[in-house]
Design a protein around this ligand. Structure first.
Ligand code: NAP
Length: 332
């Protein structure tokens, strides 16, 4: 939890001053608390989600290199401390979560643009709130904006036990889809079935794609939400039904595919990037997710928790991937 120091003083924050391995995530205790400008909000952070993309950015290998010094973290949950001029929908003391920050969320305080700050309903904790941002916004984008999934279609969430995967299972189930999910452990499969999937499969088990195909009666799935396309894309094309769509959410390298696998089925490979969402897309997403919170189908699963000073360890663990059990977060 953030210390009781006033918003005018210094704060603890993780800072990256050079690109490199996890050890470049340095906790500093004398970072000035940022000031919100017009249409911006200062938030006292209680928890912040850790996303794989923050490890790519930290290493300097990602397409977008942040300006240094840089504090990672877009998905915070906390309390509004101060609002800038022109902010009308939020006030000091409001419980909120974000899908983007300006000054970084691995910190006791962060500043975000007011359109990236949303009410956190009382039925969710701050830890759960920090698991909403990137995972649920990405899952919604992949399922609705990119795959254009429709009720009664069958979706395979390929990598369903992590942050985006659990979110995708919950959203897809609420939309009336038939949901299949994969995980790499028995515990992960159990978690996936508790969070919206009708059936889970183990992506570390030989022959699991045949099991999925059999489960569909040989017809294949309409949509695949793919978390590791550099491993799975070739098999995905064989698992799709006629007119099927595979949505590339995660990718850590290249893979050879046979384009012919798309021809007879007229299937599609579609990229998804949260960063490409328009303001209109984001507003639609927020409306749906807030309804999910009100109705209770949006219930983030908090997985491994690390204190702020262990951010480097969190970055090591999220890439090691020893069996995801929901969303990894930092507690502040
Ligand atoms: P995460 O919480 O670390 O989860 C990773 C998931 O991948 C786990 O469910 C893991 O399952 C699964 N996985 C491991 N090996 C797999 C395999 N061979 N086949 C299928 N799945 C496998 O990460 P996340 O936050 O959910 O993010 C998932 C991916 O989406 C990452 O690559 C991330 O960079 C990307 N992403 C993209 C966007 C975008 O805008 N496009 C936004 C957010 C995230 P087990 O651990 O159970 O094996």
């Amino acid at each position: 939890m953030a210390s009781g120091r006033s918003a005018a003083s210094l704060m603890r924050a993780v800072r990256v001053t050079e690109f490199g391995g996890p050890s470049v995530l340095q906790l500093q205790s004398d970072v000035p608390v940022p000031k919100p400008s017009d249409k911006q909000v200062l938030i006292r952070v209680h928890a912040c989600g850790v996303n794989p993309v923050e490890t790519y950015m930290r290493s300097g290998t990602f397409a977008w290199r942040p300006t240094l010094p840089w504090t990672p973290g877009n998905d915070v949950a906390g309390v509004v401390e101060e609002v800038g001029n022109g902010v009308t929908k939020l006030k000091k003391g409001d419980r909120v979560f974000t899908n983007k920050t300006i000054t970084g969320g691995y910190a006791e305080y962060t500043v975000a643009s007011d359109d990236s700050v949303h009410p956190l309903l009382d039925n969710l904790t701050y830890k759960e709130g920090s698991a909403i941002g990137s995972p649920y916004f990405t899952a919604y984008r992949a399922l609705l904006h990119k795959a254009r999934s429709r009720p009664s279609e069958m979706v395979l969430v390929h990598g369903a036990s992590g942050g985006v995967g659990i979110a995708a299972c919950q959203i897809a189930r609420a939309q009336g889809l038939k949901v299949l999910g994969t995980a790499g452990t028995a515990e992960g499969m159990c978690l996936v079935e508790k969070n919206g999937a009708h059936k889970a499969f183990n992506h570390r088990e030989a022959g699991y794609t045949d099991q999925i195909k059999d489960y569909t009666g040989g017809r294949g799935v309409n949509v695949i939400i793919e978390m590791l396309s550099n491993v799975n894309l070739s098999n995905d094309l064989k698992l799709l039904s006629n007119g099927g769509r595979v949505i590339i959410v995660g990718c850590r390298g290249s893979i050879e595919i046979n384009p012919r696998d798309t021809m007879a089925k007229e299937s599609s490979i579609i990229g998804a990037a949260l960063g490409s969402a328009t303001q209109e897309d984001l507003q639609e997403t927020v409306a749906s997710l807030l309804a999910g919170m009100e109705l209770g189908w949006l219930k983030p699963v908090v997985g491994p928790e690390f204190p702020l000073e262990k951010a480097a360890l969190a970055h090591e663990e999220i890439i090691k991937g020893s069996g995801a059990m929901g969303k990894m977060i930092l507690t502040i």
